[in-house]
Design a protein around this ligand. Structure first.
Ligand SMILES: C[S@@+](CC[C@H](N)C(=O)[O-])C[C@H]1O[C@@H](n2cnc3c(N)ncnc32)[C@H](O)[C@@H]1O
Length: 351
């Protein structure tokens, strides 16, 4: 049987699934993708204040995009990032990333084991932004406490969710927001700037003018990360009692050791199951992080196929249906969006 989109796990009985993979044995489970993963960059937390200090007084230019669901999102322009790193050129530690940013657009897509695509905006992240809106309206993550975006890159879903949490007068149950990426430079140059732009766009022009430099004229698509603006952002996190945590490094056992104590129960990830290496490990991480939780929601947005690299929604769903606990319900909610078909896999407790 080939898998159809829009199904739920309840629609498929185990004996209908005639793909040529069997239930993994306990030994195979133990030698899971997580343990087998080669740790190219030791994962660790990064101090938000250090990142913000490195961005102080940087002038950023951003683009505006509208998601299929009609939500306006913002992203720092790539030429703007290039400009910043040219100014910082003497920082030898990040030369490999600097070379990628200054290289061809193919390199900006991916340089295996060095850089995994975080500077580029991948289209499934738009779908997660729309999903965040839908689920916030339906109250689906009302009781969840710790949000994680896995492989965040430009972090558009986090930008949208966090700016909603920070600008809302209502108290949110989410008190911890974690973003993670393979590359520290992606978090520093793209994820955090995007989060700040998105939050700043929720301020009124009067509020914004109190934290921008009145002597420097700005276009509508520009922002200066003045110390006052950065302080206001941190103050707003404190007022809302939201902790923003950053993790960089490779997925694997150590990554899970860092994340498990944080107890993430709302996990989003976009375009991270694009290869034969990344797909099983993303699946294992999600199953491990959600294990034994009474309430959770995880959304995995991806393309139907990644030509030439091996990952796909179909394969993810097949493996998930074999490995998931019976207490977990899975379905696809994206309805095959776009020409290069995209979908979202949803994981939640079975009702
Ligand atoms: C194709 S990009 C997608 C970025 C973003 N989620 C989006 O949709 O625009 C894949 C993301 O997964 C992360 N990633 C890939 N392989 C990884 C690994 N082995 N360990 C940690 N992060 C990884 C990359 O850093 C990158 O941000």
């Amino acid at each position: 049987m080939s898998f159809a989109f829009g199904f739920t796990s309840d629609d498929i009985s185990d004996d209908e699934v005639d793909i040529d993979q069997r239930q993994p044995t306990k030994t195979e489970n133990e030698a899971s993708a997580i343990l087998a993963a080669v740790e190219l960059i030791t994962p660790s937390f990064v101090d938000l204040s250090d990142i913000l200090s490195s961005l102080r007084n940087i002038r950023i230019t951003f683009d505006e995009y509208v998601t299929p669901g009609g939500i306006t999102v913002y992203r720092r322009q790539v030429y703007d990032i290039k400009h910043q790193i040219m100014v910082e050129e003497d920082d030898v530690s990040s030369n490999a990333i600097h070379d990628i940013l200054m290289g061809t657009s193919d390199e900006l897509d991916l340089k295996k084991n060095v850089y995994e695509g975080g500077f580029k905006l991948w289209e499934c992240s738009y779908d997660l932004v729309d999903a965040v809106l839908r689920y916030s309206e339906s109250g689906e993550f009302n009781s969840l406490k710790c949000y994680l975006e896995l492989g965040c890159g430009t972090s558009l879903p986090t930008c949208y969710l966090l700016s909603k949490l920070l600008s809302s007068s209502a108290e949110s149950s989410i008190k911890k927001v974690i973003i993670s990426d393979f590359n520290l430079e992606v978090l520093r140059l793209v994820s955090i700037p995007n989060i700040i732009i998105s939050w700043a766009m929720t301020l009124s022009p009067e509020e914004l003018s109190t934290v921008e430099d009145k002597n420097i004229p700005l276009n509508n698509d520009e922002l200066i990360l003045t110390p006052a603006l950065l302080s206001k952002f941190q103050e707003q996190l404190e007022i809302k009692n939201i902790e923003l945590l950053l993790v960089h490094g490779s997925w694997g056992a150590k990554f899970c050791d860092l994340l498990i104590p944080q107890q993430p129960d709302f996990i989003l990830t976009s375009e991270t199951i694009y290869s034969l290496e990344s797909l099983p490990i993303v699946l294992e991480i999600l199953l491990l992080l959600l294990e034994n939780k009474p309430a959770y929601l995880a959304l995995v947005a991806a393309k139907e196929y990644y030509f030439g690299v091996g990952g796909s929604i179909v394969e993810f769903m097949q493996k998930l249906l074999y490995k998931k606990p019976s207490s977990m319900a899975v379905d696809t909610i994206g309805n095959n969006l776009g020409q290069l078909k995209r979908d979202i896999v949803r994981m939640a407790p079975a009702k």
